[in-house]
Write a new protein. Structure first.
Length: 271
């Protein structure tokens, strides 16, 4: 694992807590404290990330979680043990962590068996202690400020964006290298949020997705256009043949599994 310097006292680390899944963890370093964006999928992964963080800074840490999926916040206990007390998330993500955190343990059985079982050190699910809602929040790290904000329902209903002097950490709102993940998504709203990101992109030198490489304006615009087209296709299918709408799956611009989830979530969230 190696840090990439993005300027503006901002860094990104790509690590694999789950084989084949590259999580992007952000680090923003101020004069008084530093912020870590997403902590990994359990104590083993979290400890690797913390070790890498401590190679760059010994400052007290603040944690921001982009959304309530296991690979982004199951490492929180490692950072609390290191002394972090301020854990930021969107209010909807906090509710989702409380409601589904325990059931999400099943996803890490192969790589984080202690986390999956909920036994052993640093396997507790650490909830947010500070919440973002509709209005942006400015977090001062000492000479460097980070803006935490929400643009609407997208990959989940609680996607937190983290803006630094150089970089926008977008979590899984932007997915590079794979299809978007639609399990908890709001597809029509997500397309709108992506279009908003295109408008914001020029404010930042880099846009870092939750997984994959930093994304260009063109990439985000393409993702928005693809999702908008898919929403239109699937909405027409649902209107024309509600009982046979799954026949639209081969026409959608995603793999069959994600297309089924897309259609299911669009049906569930349209009204």
């Amino acid at each position: 694992m190696e840090w990439r310097d993005l300027g503006g006292n901002t860094y990104v680390l790509g690590s694999q807590g789950v084989p084949g899944v590259r999580l992007n963890t952000g680090l923003v370093v101020g004069a008084e404290r530093a912020m870590v964006v997403d902590t990994g999928c359990g104590p083993r992964h979290g400890a690797q990330i913390l070790t890498a963080v401590r190679e760059l800074t010994e400052l007290p840490l603040v944690v921001a979680t982009t959304h309530a999926h296991w690979d982004h916040f199951f490492g929180n206990a490692v950072f609390r043990h290191d002394g972090a007390t301020e854990f930021w998330a969107h209010a909807a993500a906090a509710r989702a962590m409380a409601a589904t955190g325990e059931s999400q343990r099943a996803f890490v059985g192969g790589t984080e068996p202690e986390m999956a079982a909920g036994t052993g050190a640093l396997t507790e699910i650490v909830p947010p202690t500070a919440l973002v809602e509709d209005r942006p929040v400015l977090v001062d790290l000492g000479g460097v400020s980070v803006t935490l904000f929400w643009l609407g329902r997208a990959h989940t209903d609680g996607d937190l964006l983290v803006g630094t002097p150089s970089t926008l950490f977008a979590g899984d709102i932007v997915e590079e290298g794979a299809d978007p993940s639609f399990e908890d998504s709001f597809p029509a709203d997500w397309a709108d949020v992506l279009r908003q990101l295109v408008g914001l992109r020029d404010r930042y030198d880099f846009l870092v997705p939750g997984h994959g490489k930093p994304a260009s304006s063109g990439f985000v615009a393409g993702m928005a256009d693809t999702m908008t087209h898919a929403v239109r296709q699937a909405s027409d299918a649902l209107a024309d043949m509600p009982d046979l709408a799954t026949k639209a799956i081969p026409m959608l611009p995603y793999g069959p599994d994600e297309a089924r989830l897309f259609l299911s979530r669009l049906r569930a969230t349209q009204h």
